[in-house]
Design a protein. Structure first.
Length: 580
């Protein structure tokens, strides 16, 4: 099998799911589409039905003292979102915004169409309904950075940790025996999957000085472990399912799906009083907010909506003919984690096809957090390691899910020579490079321009290359020698003539095989666009509570942090409006 055939298979399955989705089989589980007309009023309007929006809307409604309109641009989640094994078939579907970077992005050369494909969920639950369902909180150091930037200790890890716990329901029997960190009474079930196949790799990594732990947490901040998932009862545990779905019959909640917010409306005193929307029937109407407008559209769509509404960099708005309400650096400070992939040919595979059970996670996987300075209490890089027993699963991930050039994926698969492939994401967790989001046009139906500028700070190239070189020492371990484990060189044209394993080679390889980790943050950050209570500077009754407010990225997956931000924002809103 080659990459083209694998992509054709994935697209074919996806088309079948799209046909089934016409039946709207999951809609019965959710609150009905609200009946809203021009001028309809609500206490709060929440724009964006992703993780943050579902939590904020749910908690405000459950006070019993406020009516909430939740607006989501996408539809209800489909069946393939609910089942853990089917998430790869959501990419490039109508449940994905299908964002791409601009064409001149440095790391786009070995991707299809020379752009970075930046998936983001367009359905209830947002990216928590689209992504790969793993869970990691981040480090005390990360949250303490936020507290220092905002000069507000309520953003410190000590203050945020209880909010994280309140969202969690640990169901892992091994971890429950000695649990000190995770919540057990929250909405989101979390637990690990333990794979026998991972054991020899943990042994190999311990040989390199990297410990195995049952869990990576503040007691053991560095090392390797089995991944934790937001999967319980054989279904994905998204905030949409666990916070919003139980409100199906609550008359205080008003839900609009397939509805695009096009503009926030302000009065003469710069108070947010409503939202202009484009309904599922393509009708443009305005809905009104008595108390607050709350934006939870994420790090790409939130800045776009603000700029369309007159909040953003003065010169850029004036260039588009938009009246400026507040001159703020909206869209700046774009941050992401960056992956660069390593591939190894291992022993002849005994693994079954990974896509066999739609209820189970589709890959055999583990992760780790590594610091080159072992005295550090937070990592420099993360690794996510996956085993592939056959070509279809590997090529599908390489060419379809991550959109690498077919020739690159085919070269790796051919070099594997029908052996098991061990693939590792080396994820640079704290890049210094910064990008931006710009308006492409004043049409809200146009996606904005995404300019990540990965590796624009050359320090990032040097650091990331050193992390790849560090992990690649695994080829010298006892286990790798025993099974004749070998690094697969994809024979990249841009790296021709460079000495293998030299730092020049690793720097070239790092850029060529880099990809987004899809953890976009920072574009409406605290201290620049919003204050520490998440209120937008220069206007009234407008608040943002999603990943865009994070001034720096966490050194982990962002889902847990976003849910904690939403819970904290809910607490602040409830207090500010006396809803207790």
């Amino acid at each position: 099998m080659d990459a083209a055939a694998a992509v054709s298979y994935y697209k074919g399955v996806e088309q079948i799911f799209n046909l089934v989705s016409v039946l709207n089989l999951t809609a019965y589980q959710w609150p009905d589409q609200a009946c809203v007309h021009n001028g309809s009023e609500f206490d709060f309007i929440v724009i964006g039905g992703g993780s943050a929006g579902c939590i904020v809307a749910s908690r405000l409604v459950k006070t019993g003292k406020a009516s909430v309109l939740l607006i989501e641009a996408g539809p209800y989640p489909p069946l393939e979102s609910d089942l853990a094994g089917l998430y790869p078939f959501l990419k490039d579907s109508r449940y994905d915004w299908n964002f791409t970077s601009t064409e001149n992005e440095l790391i786009g050369e070995y991707h299809t169409k020379d752009v970075v494909h930046m998936s983001s969920g367009k359905m209830l639950g947002g990216s928590s309904s689209l992504g790969f369902g793993c869970y990691r909180r981040g480090y005390p150091h990360d949250y303490n950075e936020w507290a220092a930037i905002t000069n507000d200790t309520s953003w410190s890890y000590k203050s945020i940790a209880p909010l994280l716990k309140q969202n969690e329901k640990l169901v892992d029997s091994k971890l429950l025996k000695s649990n000190r960190y995770y919540g057990t009474k929250g909405n989101i079930k979390i637990g690990k999957v333990y794979y026998e196949r991972n054991h020899p790799y943990f042994d190999a990594l311990e040989e390199l000085g990297y410990d195995y732990h049952l869990d990576v947490n503040p007691d053991h901040p560095l090392g390797f472990t089995n991944l934790m998932f937001t999967i319980g009862d054989d279904v994905r545990q998204t905030p949409a399912h666990k916070f919003l779905k139980p409100l199906k019959n609550n008359k205080k909640l008003h839900l609009l799906v397939n509805t695009l917010a096009t503009k926030i409306i302000f009065d003469k005193k710069k108070t947010a009083v409503g939202v202009e929307i484009l309904t599922e029937h393509n009708e443009k109407i305005t809905v009104r907010a008595r108390k607050e407008v709350i934006v939870t559209c994420g790090s790409i769509k939130t800045p776009q909506l603000l700029m369309l509404s007159g909040i953003g960099p003065k010169e850029e708005l004036e260039d588009k003919g938009i009246d400026v309400i507040a001159n703020l650096p909206v869209g700046k400070n774009f941050q992401d984690h960056v992956n660069s992939l390593l591939f190894y040919k291992m022993t002849k595979s005994s693994l079954a096809m990974n896509l066999a059970d739609p209820h189970r996670y589709p890959y055999i996987i583990f992760d780790g957090y590594v610091a080159l300075n072992k005295s550090q209490c937070y990592p420099d890089y993360e690794t996510i390691c996956i085993h592939f027993g056959e070509s279809l699963t590997f090529l599908g991930l390489c060419a379809f899910v991550f959109s690498y050039d077919y020739k690159v994926c085919d070269a790796i698969n051919k070099a594997a020579d029908n052996k098991e492939i061990f693939m590792t994401f080396i994820t640079y967790l704290n890049p210094e490079s910064r990008g931006e989001i710009l308006l492409k046009s004043t049409d809200p139906r146009d996606n904005p321009l995404i300019i990540p500028r990965y590796y624009s700070n050359e320090t990032d190239i040097d650091k990331h290359a050193s992390y790849l070189a560090d992990f690649n020492r695994i080829v010298n371990t006892t286990y790798f020698k025993k099974v004749e484990g070998l690094f697969i060189d994809p024979q990249l044209k841009s790296c021709e003539g460079l000495k293998k394993n030299s730092m020049e080679y690793w720097k070239c390889y790092t850029i060529a095989m880099a990809d987004t980790a899809h953890y976009f943050v920072g574009t409406c950050s605290m201290g620049a666009v919003v204050n520490s209570r998440l209120q937008v500077y220069g206007v009234k009754k407008l608040r943002i509570c999603d990943a865009s407010v994070m001034p720096t990225n966490v050194r982990a997956l962002t889902e847990a942090s976003v849910m904690a931000i939403a819970r904290k924002a809910s607490n602040m809103i409830i207090k500010d409006h006396g809803l207790r």
